[in-house]
Every structure is written in structure tokens, then in C-alpha cells.
Ligand binder design. Structure first.
Ligand code: ADP
Length: 213
């Protein structure tokens, strides 16, 4: 991906590439501009990682390409910055109730919890659809018998990297991961969020529209 720079910013990079380390004053001179006029451009170029500045030395070129800088940026994004609110149902809920919750809350994945909010299962659209194909009374079937259950649930934590979660979604061919917090010295987990393919799509859009990558 290419990071859009202005013509003047490109010129500054060329000057620093060829003559760095170089002071802001000297760059301004070469461009016949004032130091004050250049200040915003130099700030953008250092913040975005193209240039680095050392006190009493000046600016120098980091040698990083736009895509290297983008990769660095992507690898800093954590789950907590993009997670959604989890939608949960109790393990004693019926499949019928779970279907209603899925429609009302407009989500594709429900998490099943016990009375202490401990995560015990996951329900996807197809889990519910599959059960609906049978002749059973959906109000009489508890979700606990059709859900995917612990310990087979792929989870993530709020400090995990988004890129690692994206990899898990691909590897496991699933749409969402519960964001969990360990409780009872790690013997159980509580659901505190939801990380879906939609959240990952939002990361992509934010990166594309962020002028200052
Ligand atoms: P869909 O059923 O709509 O294709 P998924 O691809 O997310 O949705 O789910 C496929 C299967 O994987 C379902 O049986 C579901 O219970 C299970 N599943 C969904 N999310 C997880 C998860 N985080 N960990 C383990 N299994 C999951």
C-alpha cells in the first residue's frame, strides 16, 4: 500500500536521503522556504516514520518503505481497540430463544454462559439453522446440546494483536472469537467482548483512510 505524501514532503525526503543528517533550517534553505513553513511537513514525516530526528544532529532517513511502515502499524493494533459488545445466552435457553436473540441483536455468533457468566459454548448461524431443519420442538431443545463447547472454543484476550486474531479466524474457518478474561486462577474464562470478521474489515478501512499511517 502506498502512503500519500505531498510533493513538498517527497522533496524533503529526497533532500534528507541525499544530505542527511541535516537540520530543519538547512532543509528550509534548500527549498527557499522558512523553517516555520516546513514544520508541519517535518512533523508528519517523523510521526509517520519516514524520517527520524536527533537533537543537535538533525533529520535522517529511516529507510523504511511505505509498506514496511504499514506493517509496523498493523502489528500494533490490539483487540481492545476494535472489539464489540458480546451477545450471550444462558445455557438453559432454548434454541428458539437463541434464534430470537440472534435476530434481535443482529449478530452472527452468540456465546453461551452459565449462571456465573463463565463461557461454556458458542452458537453460530448454521448451528441454529441445522437444528431448525429437524422436526424437533425448538422451544424444548436447550442450546447446551447443540453448541460448540469448551475446551474446543477458540478465544482471544483484549491485549492480543488483531493480526493474530485474523489468522485464527482464517485457520479455524470461523466468523468470531469471544474476547475473554481468565477468572478463578485461569481455570475458567469470562466473556468480555466479541471480535468478528466485521471488526477486522473496519481495521482495513481505518488503515486505508488514515492519512497519517
Ligand atoms: P457459520 O455457522 O455461520 O458458518 P462459523 O463459521 O462462525 O459460522 O461457525 C462454524 C462452526 O464453528 C459452528 O459449529 C460454530 O459453533 C463453531 N464456532 C464458531 N465460533 C467458534 C469459536 N470461536 N471457537 C470454536 N468454534 C467456533
Amino acid at each position: 500500500m502506498k502512503i500519500e505524501l505531498t510533493g513538498r514532503q517527497e522533496q524533503i525526503i529526497d533532500i534528507v536521503k541525499n544530505s542527511g543528517p541535516i537540520t530543519g533550517e538547512q532543509i528550509a534553505e534548500k527549498l527557499s522556504l522558512t523553517r516555520a513553513t516546513l514544520r508541519p511537513d517535518l512533523a508528519i514525516l517523523t510521526m509517520s516514520g519516514f524520517l527520524d530526528a536527533r537533537p543537535r544532529v538533525g533529520y535522517f532517513y529511516t529507510g523504511k518503505t511505505g509498506s514496511q511502515l504499514l506493517t509496523e502499524k498493523v502489528k500494533q493494533i490490539t483487540v481492545q481497540e476494535y472489539q464489540s459488545i458480546p451477545v450471550v445466552v444462558n445455557q438453559s435457553s432454548s434454541v428458539y430463544d437463541a434464534i430470537c436473540t440472534m435476530f434481535l441483536e443482529d449478530v452472527g455468533t452468540l456465546f453461551v454462559v452459565d449462571e456465573y457468566s463463565t463461557l461454556i459454548g458458542v452458537l453460530s448461524r448454521k448451528d441454529l439453522l441445522r437444528t431448525s431443519l429437524g422436526k424437533q420442538d425448538l422451544e424444548a431443545v436447550p442450546v447446551s446440546i447443540i453448541m460448540t463447547r469448551m475446551p474446543n472454543i477458540t478465544v482471544c484476550q483484549k491485549d492480543d494483536l488483531i493480526i493474530d486474531v485474523a489468522q485464527k479466524l482464517i485457520d479455524k474457518q470461523i466468523d468470531a472469537l469471544p474476547v475473554v478474561k481468565e477468572v478463578d486462577r485461569g481455570t475458567k474464562v469470562e466473556v468480555i467482548g466479541r471480535l468478528t470478521k466485521t471488526n477486522i474489515t473496519k481495521v482495513l478501512v481505518d488503515l486505508a483512510y488514515d492519512e497519517l499511517i
